[in-house]
Ligand binder design. Structure first.
Ligand code: NAD
Length: 359
């Protein structure tokens, strides 16, 4: 089969890590007999430099016509003084919105050989962390009515948390379906003791739980969830939550695994097309020095293989190759805990070798 992939290298370390993921996809294609066609798309700061807009129409069109999008990262100090509508990050929001990607999936897994890089206490880390946060991405407070006015105590600003039944149903379904392929547990995180929008969220999740009798369902208030992630993260399988709570909890969860350079993400909508990207930014401080950890982007490509292209075996082969290289002790600087480390390119070559010789 042939899959068309739009590549958005972006800025900073973006081009380096996207190159690494492309090499991995090519190796998978060769080994398993799939064709991957790549089309590079200019977006973010790179597009501002060339076209004075963060997401040129032609770039968006290419994403819309692809089977999926692989993104490095956008942004950097060069563009920090630009007004809001001309920030590199607008490119991400534009692609998500136009592709109607309403769900953000972030797996967070603590690999045993990297336990020492985790801030968790050893006895907690030993119980394992292997969870998936399913965050609603196109609704809630980030998109609700907002504004400023004059009040009795001076200038007043407001944002509105707003969710419809339809929005909650579709993100909930995504979470329950994901749980069926994992350990069959869903925990819905809300603030139903205070917020009306959370009460609707909870009602709809309970309805969905009735449709999925094989999935063990629970609710948790967000303040408790923030504590439980540190105290007892092994209890979680799939966490489903709103845009705002998901933004905060997914960053918290990612830190449990040791390095931001390891974590992949997928943004999905109703169809199979998605946008896949590492959770980290463009790391301008290390760009061009061979210090970027390519693993988060390589694992994002593995998520693309599994979730958008239905190539579960191929995705597993990539994940296994990454784990084998780490088991053999190879580390990029961010996960070396002060010890010796290899370059970005060397890490990629080791992973490619494992893919080629893996069974
Ligand atoms: P960052 O994630 O780029 O970097 C934070 C720290 O982590 C830095 O020390 C960096 O060197 C390190 N780091 C990040 N990725 C790494 C990797 N793969 N390997 C090794 N070390 C890595 O966050 P920041 O410094 O706050 O932001 C830099 C720029 O990236 C900003 O312009 C920001 O707006 C942008 N950003 C973009 C995205 C995105 O494109 N999705 C996300 C977050 C930040």
């Amino acid at each position: 089969m042939t899959f068309n992939i739009a590549l958005v290298p972006g800025d900073g370390i973006g081009p380096e890590i996207v190159d690494a993921a492309v090499a991995v996809l090519k190796a998978v294609g060769e080994k398993y007999g799939h064709g991957f066609q790549f089309e590079t798309v200019v977006a973010g700061g790179a597009a501002l430099d060339q076209f004075d807009v963060p997401l040129p129409k032609e770039s968006l069109e290419k994403c819309l016509h692809s089977d999926s999008v692989l993104l490095g990262a956008v942004g950097g100090p060069k563009w920090d003084t630009k007004p809001g509508h001309l920030r590199p990050e607008r490119a991400l929001l534009g692609i998500r919105k136009e592709l109607n990607l309403f769900a953000n999936l972030r797996p967070a897994k603590l690999l045993p050989m990297l336990a020492s890089a985790s801030p968790l206490r050893a006895d907690i880390a030993d119980k394992g962390v292997d969870l998936l946060i399913v965050r609603e991405l196109t609704g809630g407070m980030y998109f609700g009515p907002r504004g400023r006015s004059q009040g009795d105590l001076g200038e007043t600003a407001y944002d509105t948390e707003i969710y419809s039944r339809g929005e909650i149903l579709r993100i909930g379904r995504m979470a329950f379906e994901a749980a069926l392929k994992r350990r069959k547990k869903v925990c819905s995180v809300d603030k139903a003791n205070v917020l009306e929008s959370s009460r609707l969220w909870r009602e709809v999740m309970h309805e969905l739980a009735g449709e999925y009798p094989d999935v063990a369902y629970s609710d948790m208030l967000v303040d408790n969830a923030a504590m439980q992630l540190i105290q007892n993260p092994s209890q979680f399988d799939v966490i489903v939550t709103s845009n705002l709570f998901g933004d905060i909890l997914s960053d918290e969860a990612s830190q449990l695994t040791g390095s931001i350079g390891l974590l992949a993400s997928a943004s999905l909508g109703e169809g199979t097309r998605g946008m896949y990207e590492p959770i980290h930014g463009s790391a301008p401080d290390i760009a061009g020095q061979g210090l970027a950890n390519p693993i988060a982007t390589i694992l994002s490509a593995a998520m693309m293989l599994n979730l958008s292209f239905g190539l579960a075996e191929e995705a597993k082969a990539v994940e296994t190759a990454v784990e084998k290289v780490l088991e053999k002790g190879f580390r990029t600087r961010d996960i070396a805990s002060g010890g010796s480390y290899v370059t970005s390119g060397e890490m990629t070559r080791r992973i490619l070798a494992e893919i080629s010789c893996g069974s």
